[in-house]
Design a protein around this ligand. Structure first.
Ligand code: C5P
Length: 284
């Protein structure tokens, strides 16, 4: 968090990469019981949103940035929802001028909205000196969405339950990654619903990964996401053709392909660029 004069503070909201997502079953409340291992992509500037704010007379949210187009700054925005939870905890209104600069694409499985919400909780707590502790913020984050708490921890995180019960893991090294966004938008609820159509339970759940071990590169939502959005397969196949191991990011639509070396990853990126697909690429 950076203090920038007057009362303005800025918080970084990085993207995330799910490296292991096992669906263990469907719960009575309609959510799915998961085990997932996620790494927050700290320090990847081109995949990091920024939330800045200062006290004002009314609450406002301005959205800008390369991926801000089409986002609405109303009550449906997770930043505003997070702010209202802070107001509920503080038992007063917290009027502030907020500015969100978006770089993380939405509907991409990179957790952009969830990361913005976690950033809003941290920012409001700081600006208004609310004194909310980690446990309070984690509880509020879980109410905002299954993926919000992990952003409060950062680093590499084990998620259980809906994914909202989070535990820090020792850093687990990532191989060189090529992240591809095909510009498709896949709705998370429709992918979870489609799990029934593609059939599950899945093989073994592989619960309780040994601490520090590289988790299996696995995402049990892949079949359901392909069912909902068949064109995702084109991206997977193109990445396989470059020798990469593609893994769907969350419920899509990004794929993260891992390679054994930076050279192999960079050669794959060059090849994909030469094939002139309308996709966006990031090297991680
Ligand atoms: O918690 P969040 O709001 O991110 O969840 C979005 C949707 O994804 C839920 O409404 C639900 O349909 C689905 N979901 C699920 N099981 C989870 C997480 C999400 O079924 N563990």
């Amino acid at each position: 968090m950076r203090y920038r004069g007057a009362m303005e503070f800025t918080v970084q909201a990085p993207a995330k990469l799910n490296r292991f997502l096992a669906v263990l079953g469907r719960r009575a409340d309609g959510f799915h019981e998961l085990e997932l291992i996620t790494t927050v992509l700290e320090g990847v500037a081109e995949l990091t949103d920024t939330l800045a704010g200062e006290p004002a007379t009314v609450l406002s949210l301005a959205i800008s940035g390369p991926t801000g187009e089409g986002l609405v700054a109303d009550e449906s925005n997770l930043v505003i929802k997070a702010w209202h939870l802070l107001e509920e905890a503080a038992r007063r209104s917290l009027p502030a001028a907020l500015r969100l600069e978006k770089r993380i694409p939405h509907g991409a499985g990179l957790g952009g909205g969830s990361s913005d919400a976690a950033a809003a909780l941290r920012l409001g707590n700081r600006i208004f000196d609310l004194g909310l502790g980690d446990d309070d913020l984690l509880r509020m984050a879980a109410r905002l969405g299954s993926d919000v708490p992990l952003f409060l921890l950062g680093g590499t995180v084990l998620g259980i339950g809906r994914g909202e019960r989070v535990f820090p893991l020792r850093p687990v090294p990532l191989k060189p990654i090529l992240l591809v966004h095909p510009g498709l938008h896949v709705g998370t609820p429709s992918v979870y619903r489609a799990l029934q159509d593609v059939g599950y339970p899945f093989p073994e759940a592989l619960a309780s990964q040994p601490e520090g071990a590289v988790p299996p590169w696995r995402n049990d939502l892949t079949g359901a996401a392909l069912w909902v959005c068949p064109p995702l397969a084109e991206v997977r196949d193109a990445l396989r053709d470059t020798g990469g191991e593609p893994l769907l990011c969350g419920s899509g639509s990004c794929w993260a392909a891992r390679y054994d070396s930076i050279q192999a990853r960079d050669a794959a990126a060059e090849r994909i660029l030469r094939e002139s697909h309308p996709w966006r690429l990031w090297r991680i």
